[in-house]
Design a binder for this molecule. Structure first.
Ligand SMILES: NC(=O)c1ccc[n+]([C@@H]2O[C@H](COP(=O)([O-])OP(=O)(O)OC[C@H]3O[C@@H](n4cnc5c(N)ncnc54)[C@H](OP(=O)(O)O)[C@@H]3O)[C@@H](O)[C@H]2O)c1
Length: 342
């Protein structure tokens, strides 16, 4: 193992109220410990910055335990094995794993399975694509769409957060499957990109305040599938346009994550009754056994040029507190990743 490696880390210092601030984080450094039998040491290259991180900072019951005060912030990432006492991983391997917001992650033998570590195949995609289409957001898009959305050719799908990590893959897969695809995103440049580059049929700029009119115009036959990444008022408005037997995938509700007041639920939920429709939540980790199948399919689309991916790369571990906020003010354009080393 390389000698005297120093690991810089970002730890949760306080539970934020509203948007996180720099004071909610602490910056520490410590020597990388010696490896024991079966351990693997990974050098972080890129970290995935995810809206879910905001939820992990809160106390309370969820699908995963909160990050404890003083703990290294949880984060998935791509890195390179720099030392190994485990026959399954050799120095130089590129891996995807729960690395945390830090420069090095020593994964003890007993924690390897829980870290979700797996080797990535660089022939299928770049490291940042392995955090996007081929990584957790891509898996969320694919299984949310296929399992809950159950798209059929000719149906109309609406996806919010359309220019983001999950949204870009949802819309492109739905187009490949023959759906009419309408995105909702913030700002003209994101909407233009979604239509011109990704081939969506239309994209509604919610920041221009025209969601209701946009849905009327671009979904003349109503909405069969709504893939919801944002919740709040946009969800409520889409509910007024759904068809009989519509499927609504509750993937996330980013408009609500920094609320200091209770989450705003959909007032128009009786539209589900009238339309015999259903809303169903998904948690991507439930599909872990089936990731390889989705990776193979999505990598095939990337290779054949049927699918594009866009990542927004911010450089430097120390920029983490501000970089994370880009997700909540819409400054990220594509999947947000933090480059920690090259
Ligand atoms: N269920 C699961 O297993 C799972 C897994 C992964 C992600 N998710 C969820 O999926 C959603 C998208 O995640 P992502 O990683 O793909 O993020 P992302 O879309 O790449 O980035 C977040 C985007 O949300 C939009 N946004 C922020 N505040 C908003 C608001 N108040 N109203 C409307 N839009 C707002 C911004 O885009 P604009 O510029 O367009 O506003 C921002 O760029 C999140 O809700 C996340 O929690 C769920």
């Amino acid at each position: 193992m390389p000698n005297a490696l120093i690991n810089h880390q970002v730890r949760l210092a306080a539970r934020p109220v509203g948007l996180p601030t720099r004071a909610d984080w602490s910056f520490t450094s410590e020597a990388v410990p010696e490896l024991g039998d079966g351990d693997v040491l990974v050098k972080t290259l890129y970290l995935s910055l995810d809206p879910a991180m905001r939820g992990w900072m809160n106390e309370g019951k969820s699908y995963i335990a909160p990050v404890g005060i003083g703990e290294v912030m949880r984060a998935g990432g791509v890195g390179q094995v720099v030392a190994s006492k485990n026959a399954a991983f050799v120095v130089g391997d590129h891996v995807n794993a729960g690395l945390g917001v830090q420069e090095y992650c020593l994964i003890p033998a007993k924690a390897l399975k829980g870290s979700g570590i797996f080797k990535i195949d660089p022939r299928l995609g770049t490291p940042t694509q392995w955090l996007n289409v081929l990584g957790m957001p891509g898996m969320t898009a694919y299984f949310g769409l296929m399992d809950v959305g159950q798209p059929k050719a000719g149906e109309t799908l609406v996806v919010s957060g359309a220019a983001g990590a999950v949204g870009q893959t949802v819309g492109q897969v739905a187009k490949i499957l023959g759906c009419r695809v309408v995105g909702i995103a913030g700002g003209a440049s994101k909407c233009d990109w979604v239509v011109r580059e990704l081939g969506f049929d239309a994209c509604i700029d919610y920041k221009a305040g025209a969601v209701r009119e946009g849905l009327k115009q671009h979904c003349p036959d109503g909405v069969d599938i709504y893939f919801d990444n944002v919740g709040g008022d946009i969800l409520d408005t889409v509910l007024t346009r759904i068809n009989r037997k519509a499927r609504i995938i509750i993937c996330g509700a980013i408009s609500q994550y920094n609320n200091t007041t209770p989450v705003k639920g959909p007032a128009n939920y009786l539209s589900l009754l009238v339309n015999r429709a259903r809303m169903e939540g998904i948690v991507v980790f439930d599909y872990a056994d089936r990731y390889p199948q989705a990776v193979a399919e999505l990598a095939g689309y990337l290779r054949s040029g049927k699918m594009k991916s866009k990542e927004d790369v911010v450089v430097g571990l120390s920029t983490f507190p501000e970089a994370l906020l880009k997700l909540f003010n819409g400054e990220n354009f594509g999947k947000l990743v933090l480059q920690v080393a090259s």
